[in-house]
Each structure stands twice: as C-alpha cells, then as structure tokens.
Write a protein that binds this ligand. Structure first.
Ligand SMILES: Cc1ncc(C[n+]2csc(CCOP(=O)(O)OP(=O)(O)O)c2C)c(N)n1
Length: 331
C-alpha cells in the first residue's frame, strides 16, 4: 500500500493495481461457480464491475488505517492484503477462513490488516466506523478510517447519525458511497429526492466529492486527497463514486429490473479492461499482461483447492465466540 499524498502513479503501480483487480474479478467468478455447485451457503454479493474502487482506495491508505465495508466485501478484503485462501475458505464455511468459517461471505474480517468487516445491516456499520475514527482522535493516533457503503445506505438513520457526529467533531474519516445505481432491485430515483448525494454532506458541514469510478488512478488520487485531509485534522469527506455492478444484487437476483442494453453500456467502462488498455498504452506488452492473468488464475485455483480441502468450521469455535452472562439464582 502506498502512502496517501504521493499521487504520482507509475506504470509499476498500475501493473500492481491491474493484478489486484484481476485477482478480485477471478476470485468472484470462481466464487460464483462454487456457489452454483452448492459449496457456499448463505448469501454471496459480487463486486464485479466495482473493483477500481477497492483497489484505488486501498492504495491510498497506510496499513494501520481502519477500513469498514458492507456485505459486498470480497474486493476490499483482498485489496487490503487478505490472502485469497483465507477469503475463499471463509466463503466455504471452513475453519481456515478469516473468520474461522463463522461469518461467511458477508462477514470477512481481518484485524491484523485493520479490516473491520464485512457487515450485513445496511447503514449500521457507518456508525461503527465513526466510532473507530473517534477512538483514533481520542487516543491521538495518526490513523484514518475509511467506510464504504452503497447509495441505499444514505437513506438510513445510522448513516445520518454517523455523518452528523463526524462533521461536528471533525473526525478523521472518509465516507465512500459506492453508488452502483440500485439498492437490491430499486433504482436510486425511487428512493432519493436528489441526484447529487454530496448535498447530504453539506448538511453535516463536511467536504463532498463526486466522480465516476472505473479508473483506478482517479479513485486513488481522489482518495489520497480525502485521506490527507482527514489525517491533517481538516475533518471528514463524503465521496460519492459512480459505479455499476455487472451482476445481480446477490446470487439469488436474476436482475430482471434492468435491460441487457443498460448492462452492456456500463460494461464498456469495465475497470479491469480500462486498466489493461492503459498499461498497453504505457508500453506493457499483451504477453506480459497475459502472464499476470495466468498467475492470477493459478492463485485462485489454489484458493479453491485450499477451500475444498480445508476442515469445516468447528462448533466449539462458535460456542467459544459467544459471550454468555450467568445470572445469580433468583430468590
Ligand atoms: C437495515 C437493513 N434494511 C434492509 C436490508 C436488506 N438489504 C440488504 S442489501 C440492501 C440494498 C442496499 O443497497 P445499497 O446500500 O445501495 O448497497 P449495494 O447492495 O448496492 O452495494 C437491502 C435493502 C438490510 N440488510 N438491512
């Protein structure tokens, strides 16, 4: 991960971004296949189409910065350095998963990398992220919190409470709204009276920023600016990034509420393809990029093999992870 502030992106850095975006893409394609084969239980929300956001944002952070995400969390976890084996094993409900198979797809967690989930309640985790930012300020730590969520979350109470206190106390936090246009099957115009969500930031006295998010370098540069502001004591930023998920909301959503033409139009701005084209323009050969793709394929095949073979989650771990309060006998 690069330090925020140095926004020049070298071809080497762009190549690393390409590798990570391709890793996320291939991880999720194989996760979708494993889901269809019945190897993954519960929900599976894919990030395909949004990869530039996780990768550009992770590059703008220091390793000790805090990150919070929704259930659409595989890309963020991998971009922050979670091994693909640990992420895939978690999806498969295995003991070697990052949450020892207790959380599954929606609850990836990696305290070592300061990745604090993986949350299922829309908008709920935004308040937790504000709490982490408050803790950093209170303990005079030089740490920034980044909190990701969808546009649907900006209508939820927890979001507004967190924004309110973050603005008031100038907390070192960056709110990143990944506006992929739909909350499950509901387009934003049916839930929200405004088109520009940064207007909501104005109400809480914080800086707003808004841009299209298929270019990983653009994401990185905007995130660097916001992270620097937060680290420099200038308070929070709310960023709305326009994006699009190429798949349904989750694996059980055939996405009938939008036309194939609409999806195809957005696929013209596929972030992985855009980065590949930029690298070719910069003089990197197709062969070199094919080699990266082949290495990524091997990594993901290995992650699937690892998840297949790993032991299942242990019931005892579940029991040990539950807090139990014992009350004195009545009378
Ligand atoms: C409080 C709450 N209400 C409803 C749900 C059901 N639900 C799960 S995801 C979702 C849509 C959220 O859309 P958005 O915030 O735009 O994020 P996206 O899924 O598009 O990334 C809803 C309504 C929930 N998990 N939590």
């Amino acid at each position: 991960m690069a330090n925020g502030g140095d926004v020049a992106v070298s071809t080497e850095a762009l190549q690393a971004h390409y590798r990570m975006m391709q890793t996320i893409r291939r991880f999720e394609e194989e996760a979708a296949r494993a889901y269809a084969q019945g190897k993954i239980g519960g929900f599976l929300h894919l990030y395909i189409g949004q990869e530039a956001i996780a990768v550009g944002a992770a590059a703008a952070l220091r390793p000790d910065d805090y990150v919070f995400q929704t259930y659409r969390d595989h890309g963020t976890a991998l971009a922050l350095g979670m091994p693909a084996d640990a992420a895939m094993a978690e999806l498969f409900g295995k003991d070697t998963g990052c949450s020892r198979g207790m959380g599954g797809s929606m609850h990836l967690f990696d305290v070592e990398r300061n990745f604090y989930g993986g949350w299922g309640i829309v908008g709920g985790h935004v308040a937790l992220a504000a709490g982490a930012a408050f803790k950093a300020r209170y303990q005079r730590e030089d740490r920034v919190t980044v909190c990701f969520f969808g546009e649907g979350a900006t209508n939820i109470g927890g979001f507004h409470e967190a924004m309110s206190l973050a603005g008031l106390w100038k907390l070192p936090i960056v709110f990143v709204c990944e506006n992929n246009q739909y909350a499950m099957g509901t387009p934003m115009e049916r839930t929200t009276a405004i088109r520009d969500l940064t207007l909501k930031a104005q109400g809480y006295g914080m800086q707003g920023d808004r841009f299209e998010g298929s270019d990983v370098t653009r994401v990185y540069e905007h995130l660097c600016a916001a992270v620097d502001r937060a680290r420099g004591g200038e308070g929070p930023t709310f960023i709305e990034i326009e994006t699009y998920r190429f798949r349904g909301h989750s694996m059980s959503d055939p996405a009938k509420y939008r036309s194939q033409e609409e999806v195809d139009e957005h696929k013209k701005r596929d972030p992985v393809a855009i980065t590949r084209a930029q690298l070719i323009d910069a003089g990197v050969s197709e062969d070199a990029l094919d080699d990266v793709d082949a290495e990524v394929d091997e990594l993901i095949d290995a992650a699937i093999a690892h998840a297949d073979e790993a032991p299942p989650a242990k019931q005892q771990v579940m029991l040990d992870s539950v807090y139990v309060t014992t009350y004195p006998e009545a009378g």
